[in-house]
Design a protein around this ligand. Structure first.
Ligand code: MCN
Length: 780
């Protein structure tokens, strides 16, 4: 059993059921007599609802806002100065605020029946002028998305830190850029969906939902439906990807749960792809303007930035939309030692679906923010952009490093990561190739991006608590239970939907108890089973839940040794856990024998054995400022000036997430995160026309990277343990999604420089690149 603990490249235990089709997703959940839900949705971006006429045949099967008795609006709170909460109705009432907003829920014996019935509902709308862009939202005569607000600003955050004016006055060079990152949809392989039924025996509403935070969903549903939490059981079964999308209380989930409770009939809603593209929350819709002030050598003395975020119409629960702008700001200085900072983040509401945090949350725009400044300084000073970066980076000997935006970088060697990534991508050979030129006339570009990822933060003032939101995450409990036949059951409040927790938690248990990971079962995603944890997000599970699993397993050591010593007829201090058994002077007893002794014949055990026996509960309180993973990405591209087409020739990533529990899983997380980032950089765009109609409504319009389009990545890892986390672990789940837009834009701009142009917009579609090249040629 050697080589199965922390550091082992164990294949994922959960893959067996995924690969053999034994997993269970919400669409696999069915109950006798189940009704299917369909939603009639708004065709308008902004309109008053004058009348809704239900068909006569729809009695008891068509529900509008006024029918949902006792259902509260979804209201996200925060104590950021000036924050305005948006009341998010479960079904639109009086007004619709984006195309696709649910107006009525219709139930049928089949989905087709429900959809046909929905088509017979007549809704009379009076269209209003829509607020489509951020500029529309801020215009002096802008219509109000929420008519009782004074303007369309959801919240504004400001930071002024360090001696900004002195730093600016001392600067010899000033560089700036304005970057547009266009809206995306956090598309998952499995769409959203829920299935609910009322269990009369337990007087309990059971809600299956494709979701990453079962416990917060239970709390949110209880508030929305007005029923006690003990009467709500939320089960998130297997989930086919989430990326942040499935971490909120959504209208459809509330409506389906309400119908099942009220009608006492099981109800299921499964989203189709059109709905996910048109109605789902969106993400990554930013404009940022950054100015860097540097000394004669290129050392940045101060940063000044402004970030605008299109938050869509509503602010989701429990994480308010306004956090995006604040997060973008506080991470804008990146891994660089910059001592003065001034920034403003504005989140505006528009007539589009709500914006929600998506893998990497706001960090991709922060990353382009600081990386484009480093590139611009390199050009201005005629220096290698890598050297400019290294000159500015926080050095290992400065750790722990308190940044001007209150980040507490814990450990690591940022310059080393960048140097190694450049080596992996053969940076010097690429520079020589650029000088030689390509026989086919394409332009070669080398680009780079370095960043940190704050992971697993605690309850202190460095994370969610500072924003005064309703549900402050941080602490995580775990239950460890040795069964009567010697297996280990771990119950946790996190949810694994691709992260491989069933394997990595088992590896931690192996590290403590020596038990074979194949004998460890992880139970998660069921509020009747899991302890109250806040779930999986912010790359926190390895540290927080892993830490709790570690402690719960350690809490089992004593009773295991006590029982083992009793069976071996030796003193407790003569017994030791070895290889999933207890060894003593006279031999060994297996965990199965220990389990049997406890469960079957407790009457024979000595009195000092704890009555809680082979079940332990323990929790982990993470280090408040979190622990900081980091990475450097290097991209090599070829740009065809005749078409604007970009080919990604090479891509290297050097990541440091401290000690790796499972290097194979970490590599998978990096490759998957890169795919998200590649979509952000080159393909994905959720465009709208001037009336607020979505233009990307099928996968023919909304382009995604697919498996064959992911290049062979060159991956390497540093392992600088965090002094503040169990086993020195830092999170990694979002890391690789952060760097690609900055690294790829940096590479494309490097290729385009000889033509006298650069682009500051993603996705870098061939049309955009070609237009920039043409514009540069016209002005020459
Ligand atoms: N791990 C490790 N060693 C480390 C750090 C992590 O072996 N030093 C392992 C962990 O044990 C875990 C995985 O890597 O199995 C990711 O761990 P962690 O960084 O703690 O992140 P979380 O498990 O909390 O996952 C959340 C993160 C986020 S925020 C998004 S979004 C995301 C992601 O992870 N969405 C994903 N990864 C995803 N992967 C898939 N397949 N699908 C998603 O929707």
């Amino acid at each position: 059993m050697a080589g199965q603990g922390i550091g082992a490249r164990l294949p994922r235990l959960e893959d067996d059921r995924y690969l053999r089709g034994l997993s269970q997703f919400v669409a696999d959940v069915a109950f006798p007599g189940m009704l299917h839900a369909a939603f009639l949705r708004s065709p308008h971006a902004h309109a008053n609802i004058l009348a809704i006429r239900k068909p006569e045949s729809g009695a008891g099967r068509v529900f509008v806002a006024d029918d949902l008795a006792g259902v509260a609006r979804i209201r996200s709170v925060a104590n950021l100065p000036g924050y305005k909460g948006s009341d998010w109705p479960v079904l639109a009432k009086g007004k619709v605020r984006h195309v696709g907003e649910p107006v009525a829920m219709v139930l049928g014996r089949s989905l087709a029946e429900a959809e046909d019935l929905a088509a017979t509902i007549a809704v009379e709308y009076a269209p209003l002028r829509p607020v489509v862009t951020m500029a529309d939202a801020l215009a002096a005569d802008a219509p109000l998305v929420h008519e009782h607000w004074s303007d369309n600003i959801l919240v504004e955050a400001k930071i002024d830190s360090g001696d900004f004016e002195a730093a600016r006055a001392a600067a010899k060079h000033v560089v700036s850029h304005r970057f547009r990152m266009n809206r995306q949809v956090p598309l998952t392989l499995e769409g959203r969906g829920s299935a609910a039924h009322y269990d009369g025996r337990l007087d309990e509403l059971v809600v299956y939902c494709s979701h990453q935070l079962p416990v917060p969903l239970q709390i949110g549903l209880s508030q929305a439906l007005g029923i006690a939490q003990r009467r709500l059981r939320v089960i998130a079964p297997d989930v086919g990807g989430s990326f942040g999308l499935k971490s909120f209380v959504e209208s459809e989930t509330v409506a389906v749960a309400w119908a099942a409770m009220t009608l006492r009939r099981p109800v299921r809603w499964i989203q189709d792809r059109h709905e996910s593209l048109v109605c789902d929350a969106s993400c990554r819709d930013y404009v940022c303007t950054v100015t860097g002030y540097a000394d004669a050598e290129g050392k940045v003395l101060a940063l000044d930035c402004e970030v605008s975020v299109d938050a869509g119409a509503y602010s989701p629960w429990p994480w308010p939309a306004g956090l995006e702008g604040a997060l973008a700001l506080v991470n804008m200085q990146g891994p660089y030692d910059i001592r003065a900072f001034r920034g403003r983040g504005v989140n505006v509401v528009t007539n589009k679906p709500a914006a929600q945090p998506y893998r990497g949350v706001a960090r991709p725009i922060s990353c382009v923010g600081h990386e484009m400044i480093m590139d611009a300084l390199g050009w201005k000073l005629g220096k290698d952009p890598a050297e400019i970066r290294i000159l500015n980076m926080v050095r290992p000997e400065q750790m722990p490093y308190a940044s001007v935006t209150r980040k507490q970088l814990d450990s690591g060697d940022y310059p080393l990561a960048l140097r190694r990534a450049l080596e992996l991508a053969n940076g010097s050979a690429i520079r020589a190739r650029q000088r030689r030129g390509e026989p086919d006339g394409r332009l070669i570009g080398l680009g780079m991006a370095s960043f940190y990822e704050q992971t697993a933060y605690g309850t202190g003032p460095f994370g969610y608590a500072a924003w005064g939101i309703e549900l402050v995450p941080g602490l995580e409990p775990a239950v460890a239970r040795l069964t009567g036949d010697g297996d280990l059951v771990l119950e946790v409040g996190s949810h694994s939907h691709g992260q491989g927790h069933e394997t990595t938690y088992a590896q931690i248990a192996h590290e403590v108890l020596g038990i074979d990971p194949a004998r460890v079962v992880v139970r998660h995603g069921d509020t009747s089973v899991s302890p109250v944890g806040t779930g999986t997000y912010s790359s926190r599970s390895a540290v927080t839940v892993g830490g709790a699993v570690d402690k719960a397993c350690r809490a089992l050591v004593r009773p295991i040794l006590q029982i083992g010593a009793h069976l071996l007829q030796c003193r407790e201090d003569e017994a030791a856990i070895r290889g999933g058994a207890v060894a003593g002077p006279s031999g060994t007893v297996s965990f199965a024998e220990i389990g049997r002794a406890w469960y079957h014949h407790p009457e024979n055990l000595p009195d000092e054995v704890e009555p809680s026996g082979l079940t332990a509960v323990a929790g982990h309180k993470p280090h408040d400022p979190g622990v900081y993973g980091y990475a450097s990405h290097v991209a090599v591209v070829a740009v065809d000036p005749a078409t604007g087409q970009i080919e990604l020739l090479d891509y290297a990533i050097v990541t440091d997430c401290g000690r790796r529990i499972n290097p194979l899983i970490v590599e998978g997380q990096v490759i998957g995160g890169f795919a998200n980032g590649l979509g952000n950089a080159l393909f994905e765009e959720s465009a709208y026309d001037g009336t607020g109609q979505p233009l990307a409504t099928t996968l023919a319009d909304y382009l995604m990277p697919s498996a064959p389009g992911i290049p062979d990545l060159k991956l390497d890892f540093l392992e600088t343990p965090s002094p503040y986390a169990p086993y020195g672990i830092k999170g990694v789940g979002e890391s690789a999604a952060i760097g690609p837009p900055a690294a790829i834009v940096s590479a494309v701009n490097n290729a385009l420089r000889p033509l006298g142009t650069v682009i500051y917009e993603t996705p870098l579609t061939p049309a955009r690149v070609f237009a920039a090249i043409q514009a540069a040629r016209r002005t020459r």
